[in-house]
Design a protein around this ligand. Structure first.
Ligand code: XMP
Length: 509
């Protein structure tokens, strides 16, 4: 059983994810499918419409991604965008104009709202966003031309009887001034209820989890991050004590992390095994300075400890907080080129021979947060910055010792406290302290000191693939630096990192 949905067939456009976003903002649930998807694979009582995305190919080239024409017989409205319109036109007998160059940027269309369902109630003259090579020259039989530009004779076409629509421009991009109302018109034509929100997502997911898990049991690695926390609460709501969470403290957490996460979760009465494995991790890391080896050791140890602790639970399923961007990134849907290399527990399900239950697979990050809020996760927990799996290890260039970990934890705690109090925590995407393996001379009172440098890193970022350094006010930085040098023994100098990503990465190792 699923919420009513729009299937988005992805032809590789960089905007496919935006289409999904816009639909969800309008209260419609959209799911992305690969271009080879057949009608049978998307069919179902919950299917309300299909959108064919844009793409970089030319439909006139041999080997261009295809459309299963049986999709047109599923009885739901179809909207082809750019490549999507061209493939409809070509397959239905229209004529295409082969481009010698791409048209890219803003354009003005003249639409016919009087005779079009898609443009109903919208102005005649509209600014739109174009990004295409070929275009449709003559619409197929049975189709009316519903918009044009001086250079593009069929900027939009529709077959009202069959509810098939095509547009040359991109309504999902904000430069298309009427893009959102146009998508809304399409959704109306699909008869969508437009009731997608975090609340009904929870109800449905709870039902789906119960169906999948039956009377089985689930074990989940709880890190205290937003994704695993929301996944834990959702699973708990569905199956209660048949969920066991395992929290592994590898000794490289932020200051008092485990105590804090315990406090956040106390009201929910979750079944959690709190494991202090810091001796094991720090022991294995002794004298290791190579960043890649550190990561490997931590990843390997994590699997070992988790397997041991989770094995004791004898669960049937492994719960994971995988989100929609993770799915898109690792499957290549949506033209995303980056494959996440940070999955610390990669391979775990296969090793443990457990079936997976991933209740957040369809959600974007802000939707995960909305779900967390609706489930009662405290706002502070819900808005936490991401924290890397290997923890402070990647913020401690050089050798990892208990003493250096403690120095870094103390400096980091001061930094985060000041950011929270000044309101800057919410204005940055990630902020933390780093302890450099360099000692410099300082003077404190009458004494010369020879201690470590602490670097402060604060960035703003949409997706953490690129990032800009946060413009923290000078007086705030001064206060933080003074507090760190005064209160943390072992640090006598503080620097602020002003490199963006690229060329630097966010973390130091
Ligand atoms: P970089 O340093 O690559 O970091 O710019 C981008 C984002 O990924 C996080 N990060 C990690 N997360 N395991 C994780 O779970 C890792 O090994 C890891 N390395 C980096 C980093 O904190 C930032 O948000």
């Amino acid at each position: 059983m699923h919420h009513e949905r729009i299937a988005i067939i992805d032809y590789g456009s960089q905007y496919t994810r935006l289409i999904t976003r816009r639909l969800r903002e309008l209260g419609a649930f959209g799911l992305v499918y690969n271009s080879g998807t057949s009608a049978a694979e998307i069919a179902g009582a919950d299917l309300k419409g299909v959108i064919l995305s844009g793409g970089p190919n030319s439909v006139l080239e041999p080997g261009a991604p295809e459309l299963d024409m049986a999709i047109l017989d599923l009885g739901v409205p179809i909207l082809g965008i750019c490549y999507g319109q061209q493939i409809l036109a070509r397959n239905l007998g229209g004529q295409l104009h082969r481009a010698t160059s791409r048209e890219y940027g803003k354009a003005e269309i003249t639409a016919s709202p009087e005779t079009s369902l898609l443009f109903e109630g919208l102005p005649h003259a509209q600014q739109v966003w174009m990004s295409h090579g070929d275009h449709v020259e003559v619409a197929p039989e049975g189709f009316a031309v519903t918009a044009k530009t001086p250079g593009v004779p069929v900027a939009a076409m529709e077959n009202a009887a069959r509810r098939i629509y095509g547009i040359q421009f991109h309504p999902e991009v904000t430069h298309s001034a009427q893009g959102t109302p146009l998508l809304l018109n399409f959704l109306k034509s699909c008869g969508m209820a437009l009731d997608w929100n975090a609340g009904n997502f929870i109800e449905e997911k709870v039902r789906a989890i119960r169906q999948q898990v039956g009377d089985g049991t689930v074990v989940l690695g709880l890190s205290g991050g937003v994704d695993s926390s929301v996944a834990a609460l959702l699973l708990h709501k569905a199956i209660g004590k048949r969920l066991t969470c395992v929290f592994v403290d590898h000794g490289l957490m932020r200051k008092d992390e485990m105590t804090q996460v315990q406090a956040y979760f106390a009201p929910f009465e979750l079944n959690v095994r709190w494991i202090d494995a810091s001796d094991e991790f720090l022991g294995a890391l002794q004298d290791v300075t190579d960043p890649e080896r550190k990561r490997k050791i931590i990843g390997g140890k994590f699997i070992e400890v988790f397997e041991r602790e989770a094995g004791a639970v004898r669960a049937d399923f492994l719960g994971q907080g995988t989100t929609y961007p993770d799915v898109i990134e690792s499957s290549g849907i949506g033209g995303a080129i980056l494959v996440k290399s940070h999955h610390n527990v990669g391979g775990l399900p296969e090793r443990m021979k457990l079936k997976l239950v991933e209740p957040l697979r369809e959600l974007f990050k802000d939707e995960v947060r909305a779900t967390g809020l609706a489930l009662g996760l405290p706002e502070e927990m819900n808005q936490r910055h991401p924290f890397p799996g290997p923890g402070l290890a990647v913020r401690l260039p050089g050798a990892i010792t208990r003493e250096r970990v403690a120095i870094l934890q103390n400096a980091d705690a001061i930094f985060l406290q000041e950011l929270r109090e000044s309101g800057w925590y919410a204005k940055t995407s990630q902020a933390f302290a780093v302890l450099l393996p360099v000692q410099t001379v300082g003077i404190m009172g009458d004494e010369r000191t020879y201690e470590a440098i602490c670097a402060l890193r604060a960035v703003t970022s949409e997706d953490f693939m690129t990032a800009d350094w946060a413009r923290l006010p000078h007086d705030l930085l001064e206060k933080i630096a003074q507090r760190i040098v005064n209160e943390v023994k072992g640090i006598n100098r503080v620097v602020f990192d002003i490199t963006s990503k690229p060329p630097a990465t966010i973390e130091y190792e």
